[in-house]
Every structure is written in structure tokens, then in C-alpha cells.
Design a protein around this ligand. Structure first.
Ligand code: DX5
Ligand code: ZN
Length: 224
């Protein structure tokens, strides 16, 4: 099962569950799916790497069984290796880790791939693209964080547009953008080369189908 490997040059929308109503998670994801979402962005936080605390593999497994969309787990945790087997077991399609807190990145990425998932890295806003230069052959997608990880609803960091452009000069691997993505920022990121538009508060602030569709269309418009 590959998602990023078959993305081609498509631009897709990914609702971030962080801003959803956790008591009705499956329905929230289905609402965004009706707006054309292609992937679920599942934010995992541990109160160590980031101050916030969210959900883990048990919730991912329940969600995977309840929805049709593939799930991409973004591990914002200090010891991702401990959780990777459970997320693989949960049935997610991709797992991304934060290289800033992974000691043996090559091994961690290998672990994800060996479990049949696609391996991603999520870069903090001030982490340079060079941090993952030697890991590129082992990476299936890159998440360029356009806010500091930890919370939804933060302001978009505009320097991340140039960072996406820089990364696309280094590699053809699909780029996700995560944080402050709206109808206004999505086109700027797609123009720079981003393909997966992750959005939490901008999707769930209103009707998720309508808002997701607006973001995807705003992103796709610059590709024509
Ligand atoms: C932040 C998370 C994001 C977050 C984005 O740590 O990785 O996925 O949900 O939220 P918005 O779209 O509200 O900036
Ligand atoms: Zn995220």
C-alpha cells in the first residue's frame, strides 16, 4: 500500500484531526472527505517533544477501521521508535518522524519501511533541509512544518515558502505543508512545489467539506 509513491503530480488536501471534534472523529474525517480530502493527517503528541498531548495507535486503529481515507501519522514525540510498530499494526499508510529528536534516523526510517509503511520526515521551521540530505534515499515524503509543532491555529511562517522551493531543488519526493494552511497560504506553498495541503483549523472552523474543497481548489488553481 503506497500513497506518496503514487501521488504523481497531484495536489491533495489532508484534514488534520487536531482541530476536529475528537468525540466524533470518524464523522469529522468523512465530512472532510466529502470536500475532496485524499488523506487524513493524524497528529501524535507526547508532552515531551511538544507541550501538547493527543492520541496514539489505539485511536489510529479505530479510525482506520471506520474511514476509507488512508492515514498519515505525524509523530511529534521524542521516542518514535517505541510507537512505530503499533502504528504499523494500526494500519496507517505513512509515518513521519521529527529528525531533530531521532538519534538514528536511517534505522528509524528503515523500521517504518520494513513494516510496509511509507517513511516521512517532518522538519521544524528552523531545521535546515540539509539535515535530511543523507537520508533522502530512505524517505518517501517530507513534511515542511510552517508553524512550530504542538498546536493548531498558529500563524503561518512565510519563510517556509522558500524552504519548500529549496527542498524541491534537492529531491522529487512529495512535500507536505503543515501549519497555518488556508485558502491564502495554500497557493503560495503549491507554487513553491508542495503537494499535500494539511489543514486543521481552516478545515474544521466551518463546514469541513466546504472548507476542505476551498483549500484544495485554491492550491490546484496555481498548477493550471
Ligand atoms: C501542529 C500540527 C498540525 C496542526 C496544524 O503541530 O502538526 O498538523 O494540526 O493546524 P493548523 O492547520 O490549525 O495550523
Ligand atoms: Zn501535523
Amino acid at each position: 500500500m503506497t500513497y506518496f509513491g503514487e501521488l504523481g503530480d497531484r495536489v491533495v488536501g489532508a484534514p488534520s484531526i487536531l482541530a476536529a471534534d475528537f468525540a466524533h472523529l470518524a464523522q469529522e474525517v468523512q465530512r472532510a472527505e466529502r470536500g475532496g480530502a485524499g488523506l487524513v493527517h493524524f497528529d501524535v503528541m507526547d508532552n515531551h517533544f511538544v507541550p501538547n498531548l493527543t492520541v496514539g495507535p489505539a485511536v489510529a486503529a479505530s479510525l482506520a477501521a471506520a474511514v476509507d481515507l488512508p492515514i498519515d501519522a505525524h509523530l511529534q514525540v521524542t521516542n518514535p521508535d517505541n510507537l512505530i510498530p503499533s502504528f504499523i499494526e494500526a494500519g496507517v499508510v505513512g509515518i513521519s518522524v521529527q529528525p531533530e529528536v531521532v538519534t538514528h534516523l536511517h534505522r528509524t526510517l528503515g523500521m517504518i519501511r520494513a513494516g510496509g509503511c511509507e517513511a516521512g520526515v517532518a522538519l521544524n521551521p528552523t531545521s535546515p533541509p540539509e539535515l535530511i540530505g543523507w537520508a533522502l534515499p530512505y524517505i518517501d515524503y517530507i513534511n515542511v512544518m510552517s508553524v512550530n509543532p504542538g498546536f493548531g491555529g498558529q500563524d503561518f511562517i512565510p519563510e517556509m515558502i522558500e524552504k519548500v522551493r529549496r527542498i524541491k531543488q534537492m529531491t522529487n519526493v512529495p512535500v507536505e505543508v503543515d501549519g497555518g494552511i488556508t485558502v491564502d497560504t495554500a497557493p503560495l506553498m503549491v507554487e513553491a512545489g508542495a503537494q499535500v495541503l494539511i489543514a486543521g483549523s481552516a478545515v474544521f472552523k466551518g463546514d469541513p467539506a466546504t472548507e476542505m474543497r476551498r483549500i484544495i481548489e485554491a492550491g490546484r488553481r496555481v498548477r493550471k
